[in-house]
Design a binder for this molecule. Structure first.
Ligand SMILES: Nc1ncnc2c1ncn2[C@@H]1O[C@H](COP(=O)(O)OP(=O)(O)OP(=O)(O)O)[C@@H](O)[C@H]1O
Ligand SMILES: [Mg+2]
Length: 473
């Protein structure tokens, strides 16, 4: 069982303590709707706009969206929060947590997933067994839903586009999925919208890769354009000699490759951004992704810039839902966008225990057309830790079991176990969130949880993980 530090999410006002994972960077437990920190402190146009949105939000908090509930006598009264059936392409752990959030509001979530016992199946209103990459299946599924959304971006986007033309309500829009699922296209899109990014270029052969190396220098990051996630579609070449093996490791040029200039970042951040059907946008507190233990002291200005970039990136996309924006902070304090996911994301799991509205509830509110909920923290500090599988087999199950056993005795800790039938390398098996009165407090609990027994030795290995690109988030 590999317990990467990089899988922790921590949030608090304390920006000076040692860093573990996704560090919460928001000042106070209950800051504000919007970016999660006091917006009155800034007079920038962005914040002004945000304040207006905040007021808008406050006006809306007590009423359901007009798109969903009508007061007209001709329209049948909606019994609960919404009677719209939410169809989710994919039924993994994200789908499962969407179902959990939906049950609170009695929103019906249907999932489409090829696995009969997919993670979301037992908790969903209905599960259609089939591929979210198969046109006829997606069309059939869409007929049963009021709105179509995704928990994975690698879906049949051509069919989504076709369905949209026929009037099917897709949130986010198919155009967004198309941009996001091709990493190169994503980079082109964001650069056209003046979002700061590492320099990049497409490569079609070894000569092209060498030219990129001459232009950008080494190490050089090579990435697959499609089906790239969990670090599976990236390889670093430290020198020209390594280009060929890096390309081979990614499956060759036919797979579709591009290169990125190495971002010598000092920190990685993530911002979950929610956009409603009324195009209101709210940002969750900035969190830090840390691949090894170290100091995390992200200044307020950096958080502000990160939120601004994330806000701008999501504004350039179409449709409602939550979006995860992964960012780099460079040595000179610049923020560069790494990538965007058009769905709830691992870096936002802490929101279940630490924010007024979890990313999952927020996604449902957004796609159904309800007002967005308050994304700010309801606790002074939180830390999130992923349970990852390193080796396959029972040994890892036993380690996970030990860890969960310890977590259950920690005040403020919540265990999420995804109930995956088998352990597989680099798989996310579950996560643990610890909330408490200060970051020091929750990190102490986390350290104690990891200290005992063999888990500690394993996590020490993880700290030295050289490139960390495959280290879970
Ligand atoms: N241009 C770059 N320069 C340096 N490091 C990079 C660069 N791009 C990516 N990385 C590193 O590799 C990690 C994974 O990259 P990326 O997010 O593109 O891949 P991924 O397959 O989507 O991974 P994940 O699903 O974990 O987000 C990043 O979090 C970062 O640590
Ligand atoms: Mg990534």
């Amino acid at each position: 069982m590999r317990m990467f530090h990089s899988t922790r999410a921590a949030i608090s006002s304390d920006a000076c303590t040692a860093a573990f994972g996704y560090r919460p960077l928001i000042p106070t437990p209950r800051s504000r709707v919007g970016f999660g920190f006091s917006m009155e402190q800034s007079s920038s146009p962005l914040f002004f706009k945000q304040r207006q949105r905040q007021q808008h939000y406050q006006q809306l908090t007590c009423q359901a969206s007009r798109e969903v509930i009508s007061t007209s006598k001709d329209v049948a009264l909606v019994h609960g929060v919404s009677e719209m059936i939410v169809g989710v392409l994919g039924g993994g752990q994200l789908g499962r947590m969407l179902c959990q959030a939906a049950s609170k509001m009695t929103i019906k979530v249907m999932v489409l997933d090829p696995l009969e016992n997919c993670r979301a199946s037992a908790l969903s209103y209905d599960h259609m067994v089939g591929s979210f990459d198969d046109s006829a299946t997606v069309e059939e599924f869409a007929k049963r839903c009021g709105v179509l959304t995704v928990e994975i971006e690698h879906v049949d986007v051509v069919t989504m586009e076709k369905l949209e033309q026929q009037g099917v309500n897709c949130q986010p829009k198919a155009s967004t999925i198309r941009i996001i699922q091709d990493k190169y296209l994503q980079k082109v899109h964001f650069s056209q919208h003046n979002i700061p990014l590492p320099e990049f270029m497409q490569i079609n052969d070894l000569e092209g890769a060498k030219r990129a190396g001459e232009l950008f220098g080494y190490p050089l990051m090579i990435k697959s354009t499609s089906l790239a996630y969990d670090g599976r579609g990236i390889a670093a070449a430290k020198s020209e000699e390594e280009l060929s093996s890096a390309v081979d490791a990614l499956g060759g040029f036919d797979r579709g490759l591009y290169v990125e200039k190495w971002a010598s970042f000092v920190k990685e951040l993530a911002v979950i951004v929610a956009r409603g059907r009324d195009i209101s946008i709210l940002c969750y507190p900035v969190v830090e992704i840390v691949h090894s233990q170290g100091t995390a002291n992200v200044k307020w200005k950096i958080r502000e810039c990160a939120t601004e970039v994330a806000y701008k990136a999501v504004s350039s996309l179409q449709g409602a839902g939550v979006f995860a924006v992964e960012l780099f902070v460079t040595r000179d304090g610049q923020i560069l966008l790494n990538e965007v996911a058009p769905r709830p994301h691992n870096s936002g799991h802490h929101t279940i225990g630490s924010c007024y509205t979890s990313q999952f509830e927020q996604h449902l509110r957004a796609v159904v057309g309800l007002p967005l909920g308050d994304p700010s923290m309801n606790t002074p500090a939180a830390v999130k830790y992923n349970i990852l599988d390193e080796d396959e087999g029972e040994h890892d199950f036993r380690l996970a079991h030990q860890l969960i056993g310890r977590a259950l005795t920690i005040p403020g800790a919540n265990v999420h176990w995804y109930d995956k039938p088998d352990m597989r390398k680099q798989r996310k098996m579950g996560h643990i969130t610890i909330v408490g009165p200060s970051l020091g407090n929750v990190e102490r609990y986390l350290a104690n949880m990891l200290k005992e027994g063999s888990l500690d030795d394993k996590s020490a290995d993880a700290k030295e993980c050289p490139s960390c690109h495959s280290c879970n988030k």
